[in-house]
Design a protein around this ligand. Structure first.
Ligand SMILES: [Zn+2]
Length: 142
């Protein structure tokens, strides 16, 4: 698989506004939005606005700054979804199941009843449910 270029990268297209997303947080350098195929409702992706294919390609200072929005988003996801725990996942390379080659962290709320880290079918959450979740997360992140 060829890593995406900024021109055809799905996340860069979201950042440019060419593709929609349910945004929950944004600052100068980072953007967070709901995953279209959540493992659980509230599964959020946090990405830098600048295109870096993976963790190792990021400048160390930006990588350090990445921790702050990830922590804020995770706190909001836990608060809004009232989950029992959460996973922070970050995949690098196709062999590690990286699908979009624009570095991102997955914040995944988990519950005791979970049956694993499986992606749900796209239609599992209705558009209304996704919008409602986005609204509650944005409010928690204000
Ligand atoms: Zn990109």
């Amino acid at each position: 698989m060829t890593p995406d270029t900024p021109e055809d990268c799905v996340f860069c297209r979201i950042i440019r506004g060419d593709l929609p997303c349910e945004k929950v947080f944004e600052n100068e350098d980072f953007l967070a939005f709901l995953d279209l195929r959540p493992v659980n409702p509230g599964h959020t992706l946090v990405i830098p606005k600048q295109h870096y294919p993976d963790y190792l390609s990021m400048p160390p200072e930006l990588l350090c700054a990445f921790a702050e929005p990830v922590q804020r988003v995770a706190a909001a996801v836990m608060d809004v979804t009232e989950s029992d725990g959460w996973n922070l996942l970050q995949n690098n390379g196709a062999a590690a199941k990286q699908v979009v080659f624009h570095v991102h962290f997955h914040v995944i709320p988990r519950n005791w009843a979970d049956d694993g880290l499986k992606k749900s079918p796209r239609e599992e959450l209705t558009r209304e449910e996704t919008k409602d979740l986005g609204k509650r997360l944005r409010a928690a992140l204000e």
